[in-house]
Design a protein around this ligand. Structure first.
Ligand code: C2E
Ligand code: CA
Ligand code: CA
Ligand code: CA
Length: 277
């Protein structure tokens, strides 16, 4: 842009202004998002890659702003992380997801493990464990029906993270390493982490159409199995991806091939079954 002289520079600046303005708007509007009921959760099934049976579900956050419309979590979560707003938003998400899971249970659907995304900032916040415990008490949901998805970035603060993971385990809550393979994992730390699952990031699944990228996926699956971890693949869009994952001995996956994330009523209709039916 420098070589384009004055105009190029101004253009660049203007783009920067726009994205900054958008960020500030998001930051501002996010303050009222919870109190004005603009946030909601959608649910995407985790399925057994051979039988197609629904084995769990992930809650994903949605934001519908009255003027700005739908804003993607990929856009607003990073802003919320920067400002610290993620702590209260994350608490809202966990409570809402637990309330929903309890509702399904009370309505007589077979209990399903519900995964909730937890930002590293939220995870390392001093009140996190207290918040988790109070939500469990409020909702009377069995801890075994919750799984928290956290990213490898927790490893930057490994001593503290180990303690939190152990406390969650003691509470009976399961944990999963999300976006596995994209972050800071050191293999020798992975071995020490009291987690239950690793989730192979979509970027690796996308690359599976190229034969020379497949050994990476196979290696992650093998690694998980050697460490006695469950391995989940995310972002499965094609039948050939599903077939390859089955060949590599990956049992559970998620993706548009099976279902997009859907609203709770639709999830109920499509993927839940009554215990006594
Ligand atoms: P993630 O946790 O890795 O979630 C997977 C994302 O991929 C979701 O996007 C999901 O809708 C999308 N996805 C699932 N299957 C497919 C597929 O087959 N193809 C494609 N193209 N996409 C698929 P979403 O819902 O937009 O969320 C984006 C990211 O935002 C999430 O990535 C997660 O990092 C973050 N996020 C979403 N909800 C929450 C939340 O409640 N708390 C936190 N801290 N982060 C959240
Ligand atoms: Ca996730
Ligand atoms: Ca991901
Ligand atoms: Ca993620």
């Amino acid at each position: 842009a420098k070589e384009n002289g004055k105009n190029g520079f101004r253009f660049y600046n203007c783009e920067l202004d726009q994205s900054l303005a958008r960020k500030l708007a998001i930051e501002n509007e996010l303050r009222r998002a919870i109190s004005e009921n603009q946030l909601s959760l959608v649910y995407q099934p985790k399925v057994h890659l051979i039988t197609g049976e629904v084995t769990g579900v992930e809650a994903l956050l949605r934001w519908n702003h009255p003027d700005l419309g739908w804003i993607s979590p990929a856009e607003f979560i990073p802003v919320a992380e920067e400002t610290g707003q993620i702590v209260s938003i994350g608490e809202w998400v966990l409570r809402e997801a637990c309330i929903q899971n309890k509702k399904w249970q009370v309505a007589g659907f077979s209990p399903l493990k519900l995964s909730v995304n937890v930002s590293v900032l939220q995870f390392q916040h001093e009140n996190f464990l207290l918040v988790v415990q109070s939500i469990l008490m409020e909702t009377k949901l069995e801890p075994s029906l919750i799984e928290l998805e956290i990213t490898e970035s927790i490893m930057q603060n490994i001593e503290q993270s180990l303690k939190i993971l152990q406390s969650l385990k003691n509470l009976g809550i399961q944990t999963s390493i999300d976006d596995f393979g994209t972050g800071y994992s050191s293999l020798n730390i992975l071995q020490k982490l009291p987690v239950d699952t690793i989730k192979i990031d979509k970027s690796f699944i996308d690359e599976m159409e190229y034969a020379d990228e497949r050994p990476m996926v196979k290696t992650i699956i093998d690694l998980g199995q050697h460490l006695n971890l469950m391995v989940v693949a995310e972002g499965i869009e094609t039948e050939s991806q599903r077939q390859l994952l089955v060949d590599y001995n990956c049992k559970i996956g998620q993706g548009y091939l099976f279902s997009r994330p859907v609203h709770p009523a639709k999830f109920e209709k499509l993927y839940l079954t009554k215990k006594w039916a």
